[in-house]
Design a protein around this ligand. Sequence first.
Ligand SMILES: [Zn+2]
Length: 480
Amino acid sequence: MSVDLKHKNPTKQNSPLKSPLSKSNKKITKTPSPKKNAKISLIKYLVSPPKTETKAKTPSKTESKSHNEKQNFKPALPKKKLIQNLIQLEQDVVNEDTSKKISPKKRTKSQLSPIKDFYYRPPSNTVFDLQEYLDDLDVRQIDEDMNDNEYKFLKKQILQCKRAVVVTGAGISVASGIPDFRSQEGIFKKIKEKTNSENNNISMTTGKDMFDFNFIYSSPKTLSLFNDMVFDLHKKIKNTQNTAFHGFIDTLAKKKKLKRCYTQNIDGFESRLDNLTIKHPIGLKKKDWPNVIQLHGSINHLHCIKCRNVFNVEDKHFLGQINRKNGSDSLDYFLENDDTVRISDLLPDCPECAEAEDIRKIAGKRSQGVGKLRSNIILYNEEHPESEGIGRVVESDILTNSDLLIICGTTLKIPGVKRIVKEFSKSIESKKKENGEGGAIIWLGNEIPSQSIVDYVEHIDLVVLGDCQKFAEMTAKWFE
Ligand SMILES: [Zn+2]
């Protein structure tokens, strides 16, 4: 997605984009293979910047189908049919288990977990209504009562996977009190209302403007509003707990089942958990890659626009904002009465650059200037500074044959993320077997995916409809 990326033509020997696969093929073939070129274009395509969506949209053919979307889902079997199937199924399991249980005193692992001998794959896009099952049951007691095929399928996929990929969005953090961006109560709407109600001569058409590079850096006043928003959100995140679903991802990592979590969230809750890691910049070497990739940057970090060094956010970086919160109007006064103020006046100096500058001064060398620190949140209409690193990770993860894809808490509105999901889905689909072995693609959320997403992703096995936190509580029981 970055300009650099677009202009870089990988060469045979020293391309920074060379993948592990191309490395292993080096001895076999010297000429760049079409595969390699395909991979490069994939990187470009996968990590496209979150661009402002076009406002006027005529409904596409797929979108116009949306009122029919529920009909296109195959709901879980009606109870009667389900029971018939289950009787047969349970019979098989019972017969098999009984025969095995007769003689040996030490039972094998597979006998201890009958789910392992369960073979079933639901028809594509089957909806499993988690809430319906959980409503009347205590989460801690449900396990053995739940004989539903979809339930067993889900359990088996999660317990058996070895290289799970989890793609998350704001929905997984809402339970901690962090609002999402796009819903009725979301951040975009709140920001628009707040900003337009203030007497500051700034009018927003959408709250998304507050995450738009061109808007934020258009004036000191708009940058100050952005800093205000970041300050508030950062403080809120600092004072809240991660959710049960973050714990679920951590458990996958602990059990050596997590290949990678790709999150659109900037809150960084994952870094508080023992088995999850976040890193900025991601780096180009495989050994440096964290197991959580923040696709849209981080609210907890700043980077220098000159030397690119990354720093943890500290209160001192928001001095202007802190003064405002403490009742001082010095920043507002400054912004409204001093038209010589520049955008750079609102950005802290980079300590690394400052130190280097001091050394140059002592050595009598020419000044090279000190860079400014800006938020590490990736904005609309800016080049993604880590597109190359993220592209490499995605490419490598696809090649390692993931066996479970969980998409949770997102409506997949961002094209780059949608594309990542499609690529993993395609890769898993090619290994899937009808009997349920070989992996699965699970959609988890309070709402079924839109028809256009279903058509785009193509291969969703199970739509788990319900609260992802309840899902996490349920799976925690499985791992006990
Ligand atoms: Zn710097």
